[in-house]
Structures are given as C-alpha cells and as structure tokens.
Design a protein around this ligand. Structure first.
Ligand code: UD1
Length: 424
C-alpha cells in the first residue's frame, strides 16, 4: 500500500479536552471470555464487547472451529454446539496473540488442540513456554513443530499444581480455561493478577466452574464435568480509561470518565498525583480538572505486571511526561522491545535519551506537529496523545491498522472532548 493511500489521523494540537465520556468494555477481557464460550455446548451472550479488530478476528477464528457467533450492538452471542476440534487458520492465528487462547478450551473439551504461531504487537520475543509447561503438567503431550503447537490428551486432563515461571496474562488464562474441565484440583501458583483474569473467572464460575483466588497470586480450580451457557458483562477497559485520563492531563483538561473501575487504575492514579494531577473518584467515575496554566512535575515509572504500572500505559504516560518539568525515568520491565514510540515522540519535539528498556525524558518540551507512525496499538495511542497536546502545528499520525485492533473509537472520543482530530 502506498503511503498516500494509507489512512491517517490529522490532528491539530493545543485544544483543552473537556466533557464526559463513557468508556468501552475491556479488550483484554473480551478475548478470553470469547474463548471461554467454547467450553460449553450451550449458547453464551457476552455484553459490553468493544467493537475492535481483535474481537472480530477471534470471532472469525471461533467460526472456523464450528461455532456460530454474531456481533450486534456490543453484544456477542456464541453458539458453540458444533465444536469438535480443529485448528485456527494460520493467517488468522498469526493476526493476534489471543488466538492461542483456543488451545486451553479445545484441549479440555475435545482432548486435542493445535494452533499456528500467534501474532500480536511486535514488542518482544513473547514465548509460549508458560502455556506449554502448564498443558504438559495437566498430562497433555505437547509438540512444537515449525512454530505450530500440537497438544493431545486422549485420556483427558488431570488437575495439577503448576508454578508459572512468569505471571503471564494469557498463560494464566489459557491454563484456567483448561483447568475448569480437568479431572480434580488445579493450583496455579504465581498467576497473573490482572483484573481481566477476575472477569474471566467470574464468567467461568457463572457457567458452573469452581474457581477461587482469581486476582491473587494463587488460583485454585476444582474441575467439573460440564459447563452451561451464560450471560456475562465485561469489565470496563482500564487501558482505554488510562489513555483518556492521560490525554486529558496532557491538555490540562476538564474531563469526566464514566462506567469505569477506579480500583483497577491505582498505579496510574498514584503516578498522576506525583505529576501534579489530582483525579477525583466517584462510583464508577473518574474526573480531573487541571488548570490550563498548571505546571506538571517529572516522575519515574516502572512498567510491571498488575498491580504495578501497566505496560500498556507506558507509551501513553511517556507522551504526558514530555510536558512535565524535570527529568522523568521510564523503565519498561514487561516487554523487552516496547520503546518504539520514542523516535516518533522526538519528531514531535520531545527531548528523550534512551538505552535498552529505559528512557530519560527531559521536560517540559514544547511539542509541535509532525508526521509520525505508530508501530503497535499503544505506541499509536501515545502519538495521538502527544499530537493532541502539541502546542502548535498539525500532525499526521499513521498506524490506524494497529489502533483499530485495540481501541473501539479513540479518535471519536477525543473529538467529542473537543480535540481537532479527523481520520483522512
Ligand atoms: C497481555 C495483554 C497485553 C499486555 C500484557 C502484559 C491480552 C490479549 N494482552 O498480553 O495487552 O501488554 O498482557 O500486561 O490480554 N512470557 C514468557 N513466557 C510465556 C508468556 C509470556 O516469558 O509463555 C513473557 C513475555 O515475553 C513478556 C511477559 O511474559 O515479557 C508478559 O507477557 P504476557 O503477560 O504473557 O502478555 P500477554 O498475555 O501476551
């Protein structure tokens, strides 16, 4: 595709964001919950589903496995009675990381599963060892052939104590999805504690599973014979919430976000307080009102597994820190190649020195419009934040293909808050 033909966002900076926005349901909860629907032969209905590309791709994958699925008005109805195994087409598997989440349910329900190498953002090596070691602990035979994973458990899965080498989010979810139908008790130790794991466990328990401890570092699952269908509402998207809060802060805005879970954002809210942004909490609401002349203060951020600061907000908060006075240090400790936004932020005028997974941001820099390209979902969001906050000039932000995978309507939300932003 030529650069001329490719969609981009035209953004004129220097607009103070004001107004109220309701956030969407969580991308990273939608994907495991769609996979969970594979575990029953009864229909399930999932509500508050964000209209994003990754959800559409996972629905496509489910259809190739014999599932009927419809997506209408933020609800997905999944009818999985036709599931009898199979493998996602390689090109679809390679289009998102969460394609690998069909492995746990297929293995548990049919005794065999296979999947080509999953894709997703190119932000590090992203191995699968946590998932594979877990499947083996359940008694499955697992082989990796040319990037494809093939697992067999002809006599079914048996519960096990599994200590994860790393608290991988999708790894924890995949093992949870397998454990609910395994024979006996499973303990997942050093489990990921992200709120999306709790959302998945709530759905599975409503289907008849027996899971306790989700959201803590040890999860216990007593296997059951069968699961029923369910109606399940997704939690709010804490990364979308965080991105909008950061954009509001960067423009010294006056913004209220509704339908959110403030307790899922403690690490961000504490960093915003250090920077000088006081975010007020209500019941399912967060709002901030920053004086348009306010000076922000530099701070240090380490991206870590939950409840630490979310790696998915590392690029967006870096965009905010370019406008804070002093030197901020940002250390990405989850993914080894997640600093690709820095060069693009420099084009907008940011003063950043980086080495490896650490960056030093010297602010405040007066940003001005430039032509920039996002290389993954959150890097693109960070460039949009920076362009909206720029003191002068127009930007072109490329990378819409990435943005559409993870944000349902970020440009429209920002426009509704007063940003001068238009898709071209
Ligand atoms: C999920 C989220 C993603 C988020 C990430 C970290 C979804 C769909 N995606 O991705 O938005 O950025 O959590 O919060 O929910 N690792 C291993 N071995 C494994 C698996 C992972 O070493 O088997 C490593 C990875 O290389 C990475 C770290 O663990 O360095 C975190 O990865 P993981 O938690 O698995 O992220 P995802 O679940 O892929």
């Amino acid at each position: 595709m030529s650069a001329e033909a490719e969609a981009y966002l035209r953004i004129a900076g220097h607009r103070r964001l004001t107004g109220e926005i309701r956030v969407n349901g969580a991308k990273n909860a939608a994907l495991p919950c769609l996979a969970a629907a594979l575990l029953s032969d009864e229909p399930s209905r999932i509500t508050r589903v964000p209209d994003i590309e990754d959800v559409h791709r996972l629905i496509e994958i489910l259809k190739t496995l014999g599932v009927e699925a419809e997506f209408h008005g933020n609800e997905v109805v999944v009818r999985p009675s036709g599931v009898c195994g199979g493998s996602p087409p390689d090109d679809l598997a390679a289009s998102l990381r969460a394609s690998f989440l069909v492995m746990g349910p297929l293995l548990a329900r049919t005794g065999e599963a296979s999947c080509g190498a999953p894709g997703g953002d190119v932000i590090g090596a992203r191995p699968l060892d946590v998932h594979l070691a877990g499947f083996r602990a359940f008694g499955a035979q697992v082989d990796s052939v040319g990037g494809r994973t093939i697992a067999h458990a002809p006599r079914g899965l048996r519960g096990a104590t599994i200590v994860l080498d790393y608290p991988s989010v999708l790894g924890t979810e995949n093992l949870l999805l397998a454990a609910v139908l395994a024979n006996g008790r499973t303990r997942i130790v050093n489990a990921a504690m992200e709120p999306e794991i709790g959302c998945l466990a709530d759905m599975l328990n409503a289907m008849g599973a027996r899971i306790s401890g989700a959201g803590h570092h040890t999860i216990t699952v007593d296997g059951v014979e069968r699961l029923s269908g369910v109606v399940h509402e997704l939690i709010p998207d804490r990364i979308e919430t965080g991105t909008l809060l950061i954009a509001a802060a960067a423009t010294r805005g006056d913004v209220c976000l509704t339908g959110v879970s403030p307790r899922h954002l403690e690490a961000l809210l504490s960093k915003l307080a250090e920077i000088g942004i006081d975010v007020q909490r209500g019941d399912g609401e967060l709002w901030l009102s920053v004086d348009s002349e306010a000076e922000l203060t530099a701070t240090n951020v380490q991206a870590l597994p939950y409840p630490g600061f979310a790696t998915d907000l590392q690029a967006p908060i870096t965009a905010l820190l370019t406008g804070a006075s002093g030197i901020s240090m940002v250390h990405e400790r989850v993914f080894e190649n997640r600093m690709q936004h820095l060069n693009e932020l420099r084009k907008l005028g940011a003063n950043i020195v980086a080495g490896g997974s650490v960056s030093a941001i010297n602010g405040p820099a007066a940003l001005s419009g430039a032509v920039v390209r996002g290389t993954d979902i959150r890097a693109t969001a960070a460039l949009i934040v920076a362009a909206v906050a720029a003191e002068e000039g127009e930007s072109r932000v490329y990378g819409m293909r990435h943005l559409a995978r993870g944000y349902a309507d970020l440009p429209a939300q920002l426009a509704a808050l007063g940003a001068d932003i238009e898709r071209v």
